[in-house]
Design a protein around this ligand. Structure first.
Ligand SMILES: [Zn+2]
Length: 470
């Protein structure tokens, strides 16, 4: 069945979407939400050419229009970073003794070049049941949902016991950029203080046919760390080549990285994930999950799971070459060659241990391996207590009966890495279901299902209401 039919007939009977279809139907604010989402996607917030401050101002205008006083809606702009600002806002709770709930989202996006994309990355295009555009999935859908929540709560005259706070920040997607969440933790700690924060991390999983498999909740995440391989050389004229060539040293070392696998590791998060998913996926994969949980050295079972890029990444530290630069002229022997190796470090493993391992893998004294920058302390993940999990399960059950909630270890990293060390327990939960291809986040033609965004909106609206009153 084509997606066109899916939309025209309504997915109720076929895909079990009835509960949500009704939830969406009684919501007159959907068109307004879509306009906010569109505005946010169409405001370029890349580090190179974009403007997060402008996006934050545009979102602030919606809160002011809804009646929030100026004192409760604040644009912040870190000194020396005029285009990397953000927004903090608050809906005051009735019980000042209770801590707030923080809705956190980054509004910056990964670079996107028009010439590489099929469609303009900074125009929200709805096509065949998908929203296309940079940030449609990562993570302007959730950011727009947070703004929409604030507007709806205010309009309804909702009086939560706990204050509900909003923080939209810049600088999540670029390791070397100033990180807005980290900046807030350092400079505006009181303004964002909260019992718990909700942000991106993991989504719901759809199978290739668009059926819901599980709603994932982030239990722990890996740490992103760049390493640099660099070779310098006296160079010379390219008409007189010598074997000692900076590019050759570098590419051989990088190639050795491609052939190396870090050892399989288990912790509470991936053990819970594979134990839960084994029942859902069944078959050879389910058996492999059970086998790996019982014995991480079971290489046959590991090989089965490694065929899935996500499971492969959940089992170990990974390192991959992401950028190369070398040489200074077409007719000269290279004087410098450099590669960026991006690693996603398994929880509990130190940066220094990975540095030592990469130096071993490079296996060439001509190649120096170094850490170009560090993004702050590594903190243990926030515990998934019943107070956190029960409301998620309850709302998931209302919207998607029978779809299990599964804790997951996230191979990527989010702003939770700045919040958890600051003492604000932060959880990744979106209620947005994505395709097995992950919606091409960070890549070309990023997209997300329209239905998934609208359902996520309903999910997060209900979830924040529950948390704010418990
Ligand atoms: Zn993101």
């Amino acid at each position: 069945m084509g997606l066109q039919t899916f939309r025209a007939v309504g997915a109720c009977a076929v895909l079990g979407l009835c509960a949500t279809a009704h939830a969406a139907a009684d919501d007159a604010g959907l068109a307004r939400f879509r306009a906010t989402y569109k505005e946010l996607v169409e405001t370029n917030t890349t580090l190179s050419a974009g403007d997060c401050t402008l996006a934050a101002q545009r979102m602030a205008a919606h809160l002011q229009a809804a009646g929030y006083p100026d004192a409760d809606v604040r644009i912040f702009v870190p000194e020396g970073h005029p285009k990397e600002g953000g927004l903090i806002a608050v809906l005051h709770g009735t019980d000042p003794k209770l801590k707030a709930i923080l809705m956190l989202a980054h509004i910056d996006v990964v670079e996107a070049k028009r010439e590489d994309w099929t469609r303009d990355p900074f125009t929200l295009i709805e096509e065949d049941g998908y929203f296309y555009g940079r940030g449609t999935s990562d993570m302007k859908a959730q950011a727009a949902i947070w703004v929409d929540n604030m507007v709806r709560f205010r309009e309804e005259g909702f009086k939560p016991k706990r204050s509900i706070k909003l923080a939209l920040t810049c600088g999540e997607e670029t390791n070397s950029a100033l990180n807005g969440a980290g900046w807030l933790a350092e400079h505006e700690r009181a303004a964002i203080d909260a019992q718990l924060a909700l942000t991106e991390g993991v989504d719901g999983d759809l199978d290739a046919q668009g059926r819901r498999i599980a709603l994932e909740i982030l239990a722990a995440e890996k740490v992103s760390q760049n390493f640099v391989f660099e070779v310098t050389n006296a160079g010379g004229h390219s008409s007189r080549p010598v074997p000692d060539n900076a590019i050759y040293h570098l590419v051989r070392a990088v190639d050795r990285v491609s052939q190396y696998e870090f050892p399989v590791q288990l912790d509470d998060a991936n053990r819970a994930y594979f134990t839960g998913m084994a029942k859902i996926v069944g078959g050879e994969q389910g058996a492999a999950m059970r086998a790996v949980v019982a014995n991480p050295a079971d290489s046959a079972a590991v090989a089965v799971l490694d065929k899935d890029v996500n499971w492969h990444a959940m089992l170990r530290t990974t390192c991959v070459a992401t950028m190369l630069s070398a040489g200074h002229a077409t007719n000269a022997l290279p004087q410098r060659a450099r590669a960026n190796i991006n690693c996603r470090i398994f929880p509990g493993v130190t940066r220094e241990a990975v540095l030592a391992q990469l130096t071993k893998i490079a296996d060439d004294p001509a190649v120096t391996v170094s850490i170009p920058e560090v993004r702050g302390p590594i903190a243990p993940p926030a515990p998934l207590t019943p107070e956190i999990l029960k409301p998620i399960e309850a709302v998931a059950h209302q919207l998607w009966p029978g779809v299990p909630v599964v804790a997951a270890l996230e191979p990527g990293a989010s702003d939770a890495q700045f919040m958890n060390p600051a003492g604000i327990p932060t959880y990744g939960v979106t209620g947005i279901f994505t395709d097995p291809d992950g919606g091409h986040i960070h890549g070309l033609n990023e997209r997300v299902r329209v239905q998934s965004v609208y359902e996520g909106r309903t999910f997060l609206y209900r979830l924040v209401k529950i948390y704010s009153n418990q």
